[in-house]
Design a protein around this ligand. Sequence first.
Ligand code: ADE
Length: 300
Amino acid sequence: MAASTKVAKISSVFRNRLFKNKVALVTGGGTGIGKAITQELLYLGCNVMIASRKVERLEAAVDEIRTSIPGCQINYTQCNIRQEESVKAMVARTLEEYGKIDFLVNNGGGQFYSAFRDFNFKGWNAVVETNLTGTYLCLREVYQQWMKDHGGAVVNIIAEMFSGMPGMSHSGAARAGVENLTKTLAVEWADDGIRINCVCPGNSIKSETATANYGPAKSDIFESNLPTIPLGRLGKPEEVSAAVCYLLCPAASFVTGTTMIVDGGEILFNARWPTGRDNTKAYSWEDDCEEDNSTPKSKL
Ligand code: ADE
């Protein structure tokens, strides 16, 4: 790592060494929200294996994280979650390195913006294979190779698709599939001592990786969402990570098959709501009311 690189300060609201002697496998764990999850788990004493397709990204992340959390137990393994053999090898490699897998965080995924009419079968398959089939393969292999006999906890990271996902129909369909699969497995795997839940970050979680993906032309893409977020600010990857740590830890021992939405309340947004107009100004309900008390009209 370059000498001038800033060392990130890692922290957590959870107690020191909460995850001591635990082992987590985090797909997509080297960038963005995945990196924040990895860092918090490590900070809390967990051993973490991160996996992704791009070795150089994994190496850079491991380098950086070892500097910010000296002595932490992190390793990486290259994996394409779309390929069965690659996923089998990732899980086997994690077991070889650490001897067990207590936690699986299915965070690896991706999509591209395109109206439904504009992408072809190949584009559809690429997104569905990455987000739905990739998650299936990781779940299947961790279950077969470890959790069916030893139990564990799983968190699947999805995306806000509850009102459809215009411009990303492929991803919306795949993420909805993951959420439904989570509910089924919560029931099927309960007897195996496995809890499984989803965390759904809002569209307004601003990470360095996401900002870089959008590029300078769309540099305000996150800030432009502010009027629709009741809490009136953007979210941080660390706020998603805290939800993941909660769902993995014993505080959530009676929680399975659910989805925790981390979006500052954005899912509740409705154009007729005061937060949809201007979060920064005091609002009086009468501002919107007609003389005859009819339904308030949006000024958006
Ligand atoms: N992240 C995005 N696509 C991926 C893939 N195919 N394998 C692993 N991580 C990924």
